[in-house]
Design a protein around this ligand. Structure first.
Ligand code: ADP
Ligand code: MG
Length: 749
């Protein structure tokens, strides 16, 4: 299915009628209709236009004129007769023509009044550049809320306030309503930036990096139009092939998830989310909480929506270029063609580190290469044609490598001797790729002359200066292709969203009782019961209350052990004792009544020494075999529950080999979480060891997802360890910690 996903992406685009025909749903068209007044106005009022050359009121007007806006422009300023050779009006009320879009740059104090005039005048869209609203504190936020109310009541869409403006390169529109000095190039990327200042820099970089735009939006404070609205706008826009976003916050994460999941099935969405560390670590007693910062949640959320996350703007553009111009690969296998050894080694390392595979070339491919390459060349992968390789050798070698059925995509490297211009090589590369629907990225280490010439040649494959950036772009192409191949509900072979049988009423009652007032950790008995009610296997256990007298306690513990069967594990129970091992409150593999009695006698003293007050004993069956894993849940105030799976027990601390997921979690996603840990080979079985029952682990994860989805009272859950074992009978939870939020009722009420 070479490039299959990509072909239907193009099929979508080839037929401009399709969007309208396929979506009679009026609600779906709403974002387009509303935003068209902003993106494709026939007339614009520039309110706050200025004659002063160094003002943004002049710069924006100049951009509209210089970029040859196809509609009419009406500057508004009560103190000028004409600006930029255009007749100026004292107020919007005086403009004789109908106005589609008003761009507002007046001082902060006048914005509300101006907007009300615009609404009265019947404008259909607003872009508010003026700053000094929600970003300045409570007073500004109140001013912003009033603005929003007014525009929403009128059914008009507004971008900003505190933004840099909008660009639409579409033929017949040619709108540049920004004050950015760099003109935008037409292309296939829709870009939205939450930061205005960065927006200016981004437009600059885009030009340098040869990225063309459909639309550019600086969202500012997002009082009305948000990133979610723009995702929906671009969803069915046939010109926009890649959606790129610079985000600082998510207004409505749940809604973002829902929209992004849908949009990424049609076209790639790339996000740079800043504030990676700013959200900071929170105090956490659970392993899951300690490992997961807010940023981990964001990454998990983006990944689960099929959104590609870049670390930097530069990375984002490296990836966007490849996505905008290449077909999608059928798999992760890369063929590398080079004229120098060093960069090929760098390329290989980068590809492997990013999870790509180096393709194994077929004997027929090698035989073909031997026919025309010099004997000193390397015929494995990377194919090193050596320094003498000319344009023709590049073309033939790349053709042979791309024709190999074991190659999904290619990286072609050229190290150019000083003063030579490899543009001929690029033409051969382009010719070889044209007939072969496999992505090919070029890495050219050449002089600036080459890059300058390249700027005029957009029919050539994407070119990178270093192998690492090309490798990242290939890895993202592969990741996105895998996402597009992933079955979804409704497809044949899609995981059914089945409901797992569980006793929700009993769980709710238990949580209510336990968290009746203060909330906090459930006792071990209640916590194990919750798992049992949810069909999660647990080690056989008995709880023995501390009676004060050591002799009576020992007798009760021994009786419990007799019921469970030796060997047993003894654990001390005390309020606020969450890390039992550290308090010497876990004794494993007690094989006889004598050993158990001895452990009971010692435990009270050990726990007191650790500063806790013993309230009881947990006696458990001693579980054996398999590997310890962890299932965890922590709650993010904005994003909701975050699920975690990984290697458990002491491995959690050392390796932090875990994967995260957000709700809703389907079977495919749960499978990815379990099979996606680095140490998965431990669980599939190494050196003749039997593998663990992975299907059971996926099921437990889904049960936990359903548990926290239906019982939002659960704030934190650690099942650590869960013993992952070859058989269902041997797999079980050995330890659980569950914290509930306090109930709404006031304590004692
Ligand atoms: P804590 O996490 O509070 O220190 P655990 O109950 O997780 O205490 O026990 C610590 C370790 O003891 C576990 O990681 C596991 O290796 C071992 N262990 C605990 N319970 C059992 C059991 N029932 N059978 C076998 N080993 C156990
Ligand atoms: Mg534990």
């Amino acid at each position: 299915m070479t490039g299959g996903a990509h072909e239907d992406m193009h099929a979508d685009m080839a037929d401009p009628e399709r969007g309208a025909a396929a979506a009679p749903d009026a609600k779906r068209d709403e974002p387009r209709r509303g935003l068209d007044a902003i993106f494709a106005p026939r007339s614009i009022a520039v309110i706050g236009a200025s004659r002063r050359r160094d003002s943004i009121g002049f710069a924006l007007l100049h951009n509209l004129v210089a970029n040859q806006f196809e509609g009419a422009i009406f500057p508004v300023n009560p103190h000028a007769h004409a600006i930029h050779s255009l007749r100026c009006y004292a107020s919007i009320a005086e403009i004789p023509d109908p106005i589609d879009l008003a761009v507002v740059m007046v001082p902060r104090g006048a914005v509300q009044e101006v907007i009300e005039q615009c609404l009265a005048r019947g404008v259909r869209g607003l872009v508010v550049i003026t700053a000094g609203f929600g970003e300045t504190g409570a007073e500004g936020a109140a001013r912003e809320a009033r603005l929003r109310e007014a525009v929403r009541a009128a059914g008009v869409r507004m971008i900003g306030p505190n933004c840099m403006g909008v660009i639409n390169t579409a033929a017949g529109v040619s709108l540049n309503a920004t004050f950015a000095p760099t003109p935008a190039r037409a292309g296939r990327v829709g870009f939205v930036s939450q930061s205005g200042a960065l927006g200016v820099a981004i437009l600059n970089v885009m030009r340098d990096m040869d990225i063309g735009l459909t639309q550019f939006v600086s969202m500012g404070n997002k009082a009305d139009v948000s990133g979610n609205d723009l995702l929906e706008y671009w969803e069915d826009d046939h010109e926009t092939r890649v959606i790129a976003m610079y985000l600082e916050s998510f207004g409505n994460p749940r809604r973002f998830t829902e929209i992004a999941k849908r949009v990424t099935r049609k076209k790639p969405v790339l996000v740079v989310k800043s504030g990676r560390t700013a959200e900071g670590a929170r105090a956490a007693t659970s392993h899951t909480g300690a490992i997961a910062g807010a940023d981990v949640t964001v990454s998990a959320l983006l990944e689960q929506c099929g959104v590609l996350r870049a670390n930097t703007i530069e990375e984002l553009f490296d990836i966007a270029r490849a996505l905008a111009r290449s077909p999608l690969p059928a798999g992760p296998r890369v063929g590398i063609v080079t004229n120098a050894g060093g960069p090929a080694i760098m390329a290989t390392d980068a590809c492997i580190n990013l999870g790509l595979h180096l393709a194994q070339l077929a004997p027929a491919t090698v035989a073909e290469l031997r026919r025309f390459l010099p004997a000193e060349a390397s015929f494995g992968n990377p194919v090193d044609m050596i320094a003498s390789a000319g344009a023709e050798a590049y073309g033939r070698t790349l053709a042979a490598v791309l024709d190999d059925p074991g190659v999904d995509m290619a990286m072609v490297i050229n190290v150019t001797p000083l003063l030579a211009n490899p543009i001929d090589i690029m033409h051969e590369i382009a010719a070889a790729t044209r007939e072969r629907a496999k992505p090919t990225l070029a890495v050219v280490m050449a002089t600036d002359d080459f890059y300058q010439e390249l700027e005029l040649r957009r029919d050539l494959p994407p070119v990178y200066r270093f192998p690492e950036s090309a490798a990242l772009a290939l890895a993202m192409l592969a990741r996105y292709a895998a996402w597009r191949r992933r079955p979804v509900a409704g497809d044949a072979g899609a995981p059914a969203g089945r409901e797992l049988a569980a006793d929700d009423a009993a769980v709710a009652a238990l949580l209510d009782r336990a968290g009746a007032d203060a909330g906090g950790y459930l006792g071990p008995a209640e916590a194990f019961q919750v798992l049992e009610l949810y069909g999660i296997p647990v080690a056989r256990w008995r709880l023995v209350a501390a009676a004060g007298g050591a002799d009576g306690e020992a007798a009760a513990v021994l009786a419990a052990a007799a019921e469970i069967g030796y060997p047993v594990v003894l654990k001390g129970v005390a309020p606020d004792l969450v890390h039992k091992t550290e308090a010497r409150a876990v004794r494993v593999d007690l094989r006889s009544a004598a050993e158990l009695a001895e452990a009971v006698a010692a435990m009270r003293g050990d726990i007191a020494a650790a500063g806790h007050h013993l309230s009881g004993y947990l006696v458990q069956e001693m579980a054996r075999g398999g590997h310890e894993v962890i299932f965890g849940v922590t709650t993010d105030p904005r994003f909701g529950p975050l699920l975690m799976f990984g290697l458990g027990g002491k491995y959690v601390e050392v390796f932090e080999d875990v994967r995260f997921g957000v709700l809703p979690l389907d079977a495919w996603e749960a499978g990815e979480m379990v099979r996606g840990i680095r140490g998965i080979r431990l669980l599939t079985g190494v050196r003749g060891e039997p593998g663990a029952d992975l299907d059971l682990l996926v099921e437990v994860l889904l049960r936990i997802a359903q548990l926290v989805e239906r019982h939002p009272r659960i704030a934190e859950l650690d099942v650590n360890p869960f013993l992952a074992a070859p058989t269902r009978q041997a797999a079980k939870a050995l330890d659980v910690r569950l914290r509930v939020e306090p109930s709404m009722r006031a304590p004692g009420a």
